[in-house]
Design a protein. Structure first.
Length: 751
């Protein structure tokens, strides 16, 4: 049965056990933690180690070696002779690492598993606990990892491709020690080649982390008091509802991580399969109980959920079969004399072109505008609070806002309108594409749409069905996603002050992905009948969940449903705008709005970089997060110019006071009267600075202090000065304040 669960009591150093079912705690280590015996170790050179290894296979670019004497794999780049190792060759000599940490450095495979009957969790490391069997077939080295103590068998294929090392495993071939009676042992997590990007304490270089826009972690940065980085690709599974509000951090939209070394060697890791259930993690020398810097990925084979019983935290993980069908990481070595993160971005861009059908197309950088239609608001009626639908931006106001932007020089725009139907306002499953009378008549809606069409303005009405209230054929009892704990997934609101559950706001049901296919078909039909040619699928392009009840839908299944749905939107409706976008929707997206220009700001980070933008520029046009919601709007516009980005604004037609005590109170900054001229001026600045670069790839990007320089594939160089608030292209300097303080806006020639 796939809906059986093993329960874990978390939050205690010692195991505390309840007797109502099978319980297990995650243990950081329950194995013997040996210490160094003081035995001296003879340091080895890489050449000495390589001579002891066997050649598995070879092509024009690489040679793959393996050792049957120790758990070691080596990938040699023939262009310059550089070797990437599955483990540091002298890991045993690390004076900081002890016991299991040292064995982890020496392992090519690490497993976390649970023992329900013993109520414990354990870690297995191939260098300590594994027995390996090797087989070479053509360009593939297959290693079968056996862990006798736990009864696990895990075959992994290492294949040399023309440009990469492809590491693949089918979970259907995994063998677990599961018995009808007695001690069961089930796999929870798996790390393959966790040390491939490891760097020593004497090496110079950095890691690229795809957090938000992207970030850099310098090797040996001395931040040993910081937390190691760990974040789930595509964000946490929202099916599990945390008791406290999660930290305000950026998401990971790209399933990649990379290393760039001062020697001119780099490695990009792309998680090709299983990316929906993987963590990216990184640490620096002295922080991870070793002298090495690390960056790796960890596949989650069984999802977990935490809930409370008698005030005690209980963590639950899935029993039954592994839900992720296959795992694959592709390691792309880069061998150049001069190497930086733009070169890494170029490799991933080419991957998207080759594997995800993206193409270099004619793009523009329109002004991106989000409008907010209706909202439910409690108002007193005869002394009794009554919930009513209220217009925040009517159809007439939407037309007027866009018209005002156009009159002020915004000659290219994409516009989204949220909560424009009664079902959207009421939070029901929204698919009928019938405009709400609260916002205006059907004639006014058609007049607004015609104005947009006549003026070449891309219009993308939003349909957001992540959560729902019962109605329209979808009901909380049958169509709510189930948590791994067996509870309904009810999405809650949190208080701003304490981050605890807001008792004044009603929890809403998370829509089960099991209904996505049918619902998406209804949306396509509704939009087509309404004569609409654009759609924004709301949170579905950036939020990923599962359903762990009897329907048992993994995040990888949900991603597939979303891909199929967005493909249907493109075919049946026309154009798709994604508000934020995880990588699996790129193929089906014509425009991406609200792309962050910063990372989540973890202490371990050394620098933010626009890695997301470096990858996508020239493939899919994108805009920044809301300029008018930024702490420093002018700086955000300048950083957008440096990243080849359009800019985005949130706007409402009514006075801001109407938003109080509604779900839209977060848009307190979105007064259209206050921002219309500034938004149009910011757009003109971006248009003038980036003219002629819209279709080009970004080939170079660097920031030195307040100066950011961006070079495009057609040779155009844009130099942004954050302090002076200017952008220079060739001999022309564009001053942002000239645009913001006048209606015309023009660049000034500077000799």
């Amino acid at each position: 049965m796939r809906n059986r669960f093993t329960r874990i009591i978390a939050g205690f150093t010692a195991a505390v056990v309840l007797s109502v079912s099978s319980f297990c705690i995650y243990a950081e280590d329950t194995e013997e933690n040996d210490t160094d015996s003081g035995t001296s170790y003879t340091m080895r050179t890489e050449n000495e180690v390589l001579r002891t290894m066997k050649k598995a296979c070879e092509n024009e670019s690489f040679v793959l070696y393996y050792s049957e004497e120790e758990d070691l794999i080596a990938l040699e780049c023939k262009k310059n002779g550089y070797v990437w190792w599955s483990s540091p060759v002298n890991a045993e000599a690390d004076t900081i690492a002890k016991g299991n940490v040292k064995k982890e450095l020496e392992s090519s495979l690490i497993v976390v598993y649970g023992e329900p009957e013993k109520r414990t969790g354990s870690t297995l490391r191939s260098a300590r606990n594994g027995k390996m069997k090797y087989k070479v077939t053509g360009n593939t080295l297959e290693i079968t990892y056996r862990f006798p103590s736990a009864g696990f068998v895990i075959p992994v294929q290492y294949t040399l491709d023309e440009d990469s090392l492809r590491v693949h495993a089918d979970t259907s071939e995994f063998k677990e020690n599961k018995r009808e009676e007695g001690e069961n042992m089930v796999l929870l997590e798996l790390s393959v080649l966790p040390n491939m990007l490891t760097a020593g304490s004497m090496e110079n270089g950095y890691y690229i982390i795809p957090d938000g826009s992207g970030a850099v972690i310098n090797f040996n940065n001395g931040k040993t008091d910081s937390r190691s980085y760990s974040s789930k690709v595509y964000g946490n599974d929202i099916t599990a509802v945390p008791l406290y509000k999660p930290e305000n951090t950026e998401k990971v939209y790209l399933p990649v991580y990379a290393s760039v070394k001062e020697t001119g060697n780099g490695m990009l890791a792309v998680i090709h399969e299983g990316d929906e259930n993987v963590l990216i993690q990184s640490s620096v020398s002295g922080l991870s109980k070793s002298s090495y810097n690390t960056c790796s990925s960890r596949f989650i084979l069984r999802n977990t959920d935490t809930y409370y019983m008698n005030s005690e935290p209980l963590t639950v993980f899935e029993d039954g079969e592994i839900g992720v069908p296959s795992l694959e990481i592709r390691f792309y070595p880069l061998c150049e004399k001069e190497l930086d993160y733009t070169d890494v971005a170029e490799v991933y861009r080419q991957y998207l072109i080759d594997e995800k059908n993206l193409t270099q197309t004619e793009n523009t950088l329109p002004l991106s505008i989000s409008l907010y239609g209706g909202v439910q608001k409690k108002e007193p009626f005869l002394g009794i609070p009554v919930t009513r639908k209220k217009a925040v931006t009517s159809f007439e106001q939407a037309k007027s806002i866009v018209s005002g932007l156009k009159e002020n020089g915004a000659d290219s725009m994409v516009v989204t309108l949220e909560n424009w139907t009664d079902d959207g306002i009421e939070g029901k499953a929204d698919y009928k594409a019938k405009p709400s009378s609260v916002l205006g008549t059907s004639g006014e809606f058609k007049d607004m749409v015609k104005y947009f069409d006549d003026n070449g303005i891309g219009f993308y009405p939003v349909v957001n069905n992540t959560t729902f209230n019962s109605g329209n054929g979808y009901y909380a009892f049958s169509d709510t996603a189930m948590r791994a704990s067996g509870q309904y997934s009810k999405q809650i609101s949190y208080t701003l002050a304490y981050g605890t559950k807001d008792g004044m706001k009603k929890a809403v049901s998370l829509l089960s992905p099991s209904v996505y296919s049918g619902l998406f078909s209804k949306i396509s039909s509704g939009y087509s009948k309404a004569g609409l040619s654009g759609i924004c699928p709301g949170d579905l392009s950036s939020v990923l969940c599962g359903d762990y009840g009897k329907k048992h839908i993994e995040r990888c299944d949900t991603a597939e449903f979303i891909e199929e749905g967005m493909a249907g939107f493109k075919e049946n409706i026309g154009s798709v705008l994604a508000s934020e976008a995880n990588s699996y929707v790129f193929e089906f997206t014509d425009y991406i709005s609200e792309v962050p220009l910063c990372s989540g700001g973890y202490d371990i980070f050394d620098e933010d970089i626009p890695f997301y933008q470096l990858v996508l520029h020239g493939l899919i046009p994108y805009s920044s997060t809301a300029v008018n919601g930024a702490e420093n709007p002018e700086e955000l516009i300048l950083k957008a110019a440096a990243a080849g980005s359009g800019i985005h604004f949130d706007m409402v037609g009514e006075e801001i006071s109407i938003l109080k005590d509604t779900e839209y109170d977060i848009y307190f900054y979105a007064d259209s009267d206050a921002w219309t001229k500034k938004a149009a001026a910011g757009y003109r600045f971006i248009r003038d600075v980036l003219s002629g670069t819209e279709d080009e790839y970004i080939t170079e990007y660097s920031q030195k202090g307040e100066i950011i320089e961006t070079e495009y594939s057609n040779g155009t160089v844009v130099t942004v000065n954050l302090k002076e608030e200017t952008a220079q292209v060739s001999e022309k300097t564009y001053v942002l304040s000239d645009y913001l303080n006048s209606d015309g806006g023009a660049g000034n020639d500077e000799e």
